[in-house]
Ligand binder design. Structure first.
Ligand code: NAI
Length: 210
């Protein structure tokens, strides 16, 4: 059985995946932990430790095979699942997400868009029509949608998320400014608050932490 990997390591894996993807797109097929550490700003020993957590794959004098490592990380992160996702709330943020083609490169395929605003319903983003929120239930069920990207106002987020849980959704990527919790413990919620990152930037500017 695979050993349990700490959440701290899991949170670093997407960053490894991104850097390795860049190397891969440049045709680089192997990299040493030293070179990877210079590129990513982690120490070489941190990198060895992180990657050893799931079997290493680094070889003395060879380094890491970029493609193998990427595919192992993809497996660990479950990216090979090719998730189906819907965006709920197609205002500024929701349209931005819906327009971002690159999510599908990591296995997140946006298949449906839903809003309550009649001015938006019927319009399309990247060829996908924005549908009335009333059609969300049947769409999510019949298409086995696994992920909802929630971009609605704060006061709508809880109600919608409970509804999504009832429909069998597996994960909610919540952008509404609330630490969303759902009753169904099998549904995973990832809250994203860009302003927290912005406040960290402010701290670093203030403290000259460049
Ligand atoms: P917006 O007002 O442009 O878009 C909200 C959309 O949700 C509208 O199109 C509206 O018609 C729709 N909506 C409202 N109730 C709905 C319902 N019951 N079902 C379906 N659609 C519904 O707002 P914006 O700027 O796109 O922001 C969206 C949310 O994301 C807000 O809660 C905002 O505070 C938050 N936000 C979060 C950020 C973050 O870092 N987490 C960054 C920016 C915005």
């Amino acid at each position: 059985m695979q050993k349990k990997i700490s959440l701290a390591v899991i949170k670093r894996l997407p960053k490894y995946y991104r850097y390795l993807g860049e190397l891969n797109s440049k045709g680089i097929d192997r990299i040493s932990s030293k070179d990877l550490s210079e590129l990513m700003g982690f120490t070489a020993s941190q990198i060895r430790q992180d990657l050893n957590n799931f079997g290493g794959f680094g070889q003395q004098g060879y380094g890491y095979n970029v493609e193998n490592l990427m595919s192992e990380i993809a497996k660990l992160l479950g990216l090979e699942n090719n998730y189906k996702a819907v965006v709920i709330g197609l205002g500024n943020l929701g349209q931005g997400l819906a327009n971002y083609e690159t999510f599908s490169d990591s296995g997140f395929n946006i298949v449906g868009l839903f809003d309550i605003n009649p001015k938006l319903i019927g319009k399309s983003v990247r060829g996908i029509e924005i549908k009335n929120i009333d059609l969300m239930d049947s769409f999510v069920k019949s298409n086995n949608v696994e992920i909802a990207m929630l971009c609605v106002p704060k006061d709508k987020a809880s109600e919608l998320s409970e509804k999504l849980c009832e429909l069998g959704i597996k994960g909610i990527w919540n952008f509404a400014p609330i630490d969303l919790k759902v009753k169904n413990k099998n549904v995973v919620v990832e809250n994203v608050h860009l302003s927290e990152s912005l406040m960290t930037l402010s701290y670093r500017i203030k403290n000259k932490d460049l």
